[in-house]
Design a protein. Structure first.
Length: 322
């Protein structure tokens, strides 16, 4: 493609000098509108959940500052980067939009898990463990293998934390290549998966296999640690009333969102030759690390994969590429 043209979407090509001011294609506008409606609806639902559960967020907490700074920077880049006399200004503006939306989806989902946990009762670890036994999965053996090998611990920790690094690469690629529709579909799939995960979590809260199965000295503390047994009851009895954004903890056991995210990332990268195999390797490693680092039952992981596949199929139909 000649250098004087840049790809604005898979179906629309604009001259580079007009890209910043040209109206996006109808499909892009429709997708952006749908995502906007979804985000507004998610915010309203979160506010109602927080009120019903008796939880609040301190607006003056210092833990909010990083989100405020990053959000302000992303908004500034989205509004003005595309107007700069720089050939990659539009990519920078679109990237700021994608990163901001992804962060907002992840933040709303993490916060929403708290009021949902507060409104639940009981734990379903016995059922989840029985499912694992029927599948022949031994979580304790998996944990002991990691605890006995420091290399597996370091590798698993890096892989587990890649849940935020991989989408940064994918969204950056989509912004650089001008693939707005692909970016919007990825964000919508991530949002729908998070929504269904939270809905299902309300029916099957659990403390996780580490707390449920391990009753000895702890040779290795996983990334997810042991928050569920103390935090969930505290949310239920209202001894915890404020959600601190600086100290959000993962308390969702089933479905496993790390497992769901792995499927989403692989699907998004599969059609990109440069990213297909690296993302497959990283996401696969994250999936293998999830039982220990996320303290998840195999049942959690399988359910997370099922949720992601359902979201992918649904969004592929609702938001076609062209």
């Amino acid at each position: 493609m000649p250098h004087q043209y840049l790809l604005a979407s898979p179906s629309t090509v604009y001259p580079a000098g007009r890209l910043a001011t040209s109206r996006p294609a109808p499909a892009v506008r429709d997708q952006r509108r749908a995502i906007g409606i979804g985000m507004i609806g998610s915010g309203v639902a979160l506010a109602l959940l927080m009120r019903h559960a008796g939880l609040t967020i301190d607006p003056l907490s210092a833990g909010n500052l990083p989100y405020v700074v990053c959000g302000t920077l992303a908004l500034a880049l989205r509004l003005w980067a595309g107007r700069l006399p720089w050939r990659h200004g539009v990519a920078l503006a679109n990237g700021a939009e994608y990163y901001a939306l992804f962060t907002l989806i992840a933040l709303i989902g993490a916060v929403a898990s708290y009021p949902i946990a507060a409104l639940t009762s009981g734990f379903h670890d016995a059922t989840l463990q029985r499912i694992d036994e029927s599948l022949g999965f031994d979580w304790l053996a998996w944990y002991r293998a990691v605890a006995d090998h420091p290399l597996l611990q370091h590798a698993g920790l890096i892989a587990y934390r890649s849940i935020y690094a991989t989408p940064a690469v994918l969204l950056g690629y989509f912004a650089w290549k001008g693939e707005r529709i692909a970016a919007h579909r990825f964000l919508a799939t991530f949002w729908l998966t998070a929504l269904v995960t939270l809905l299902l979590y309300g029916f099957m809260p659990a403390v996780g296999p580490f707390a449920y199965l391990w009753h000895a000295a702890i040779p290795y503390m996983p990334e997810s640690e042991l928050w569920q047994p103390g935090l969930i009851p505290a949310l239920r009895d209202h001894s915890v009333r404020v959600v601190d954004l600086a100290h959000l903890r993962g308390i969702v056991s089933a479905p496993s969102f790390h497992a769901a995210a792995a499927a989403i990332y692989i699907q998004a990268a599969w059609r990109v030759r440069e990213l297909r195999w690296p993302v497959l390797g990283v996401a696969g490693a994250m999936l293998l690390a999830t039982p220990v680092e996320g303290t998840h039952y195999l049942a959690d992981i399988l359910l997370g994969l099922a949720v992601a596949i359902g979201a992918i199929v649904t969004l592929n139909r609702l938001m076609p590429e062209r």
